[in-house]
Design a protein around this ligand. Sequence first.
Ligand SMILES: Cc1cc2nc3c(=O)[nH]c(=O)nc-3n(C[C@H](O)[C@H](O)[C@H](O)COP(=O)(O)OP(=O)(O)OC[C@H]3O[C@@H](n4cnc5c(N)ncnc54)[C@H](O)[C@@H]3O)c2cc1C
Length: 313
Amino acid sequence: MYLDSGDALSYDTLVMATGARSRRWEGPGIKSDRLFYLRDIGDATRLGLELRAGAHIAVIGAGFVGLEVAAAARSLGAEVTVVEVGDRAMPRIVLSEFSAALTRCHEEQGVRFYFGTRVVSIKDDVIHLSTGEVLRADTIVVGIGSIPNTDLAAEAGLAVDDGILVDAFGRTNDPCIYAIGDAARHVNELLGRRVRLESWQNAQNGAIAIARIIAGHVAPYAEMPWFWSEQYDHNLQCAGLPLDIDRIVWRGDLGRGSAMAFQMSGNTIVGVQALNGGRDMRFGRQLLEAGRSIDLERLSDPYSSLQEIARVA
Ligand SMILES: Cc1cc2nc3c(=O)[nH]c(=O)nc-3n(C[C@H](O)[C@H](O)[C@H](O)COP(=O)(O)OP(=O)(O)OC[C@H]3O[C@@H](n4cnc5c(N)ncnc54)[C@H](O)[C@@H]3O)c2cc1C
């Protein structure tokens, strides 16, 4: 392994934990010094200086990063506009009911949204939209996803496809090299497919599992993915990454500010999402991880205790 200092290090076992980087705005205006990204502490410090009362902040992308920046900026008194090419917020993972509830909450706080709208170009403080409209912003925050850092792995001859490809034990196609965290796309035996996850749970627990494997305790690394987001005083949590669901069982009342949705495949829970779900989310995750058949009538009965259902599942 060669370092940029010119030094070379040899290894018996190598772990690649190269993470991911922010996807860049590549249209006209790419060099604008008004463009900001959020990936590391330097980005956060620079952006933090821009978020102040009265500043006009445009956010490109209504994903987790974009909406959390919008909430922080608005809470500090900035004027915030979010432009999203999709027709709703957080479309990749979050159920549309929760997207709508959080969008409403942002709008009540004074955030403006343009959905189904693409940013076409940026020149100085002017942003041209695909609708023909024009926005002005002091600061433009780009939150359009991330790209795994796989160049080094590819150069080393490892298999790469939206992440460094590893098996359920974190092994690449080179028996001496493992990959973990945001950079890796691992076989997840609970989901029955390969996934690349961007969460601290995966970064931390994947690292622990792979360290144990290297030390000789060979067991597959498999966890139910779990993500959350804090926006204003709302907490959104999503567990599982189901591809196919045939119905959703609801508990709680979104109109009253908190609800939990069980994504079902037959009588089995394959995903759980909650807005302001509090401690019930813990029991929801337990039920998801148990993977057993559930009495749907009981699950949807608002008077039945989720803790009790999880205890007997
Ligand atoms: C704005 C933001 C908010 C987030 N919020 C949440 C959240 O609320 N909850 C949650 O679970 N997750 C969240 N995440 C995701 C979480 O931060 C990541 O999943 C986690 O940091 C991934 O850890 P990692 O070690 O794989 O990669 P990273 O933390 O990206 O670390 C990789 C490191 O490798 C270094 N590196 C890369 N290439 C080389 C090289 N060739 N040589 C030497 N060093 C190299 C990089 O500089 C970097 O320091 C958030 C991420 C972002 C960007």
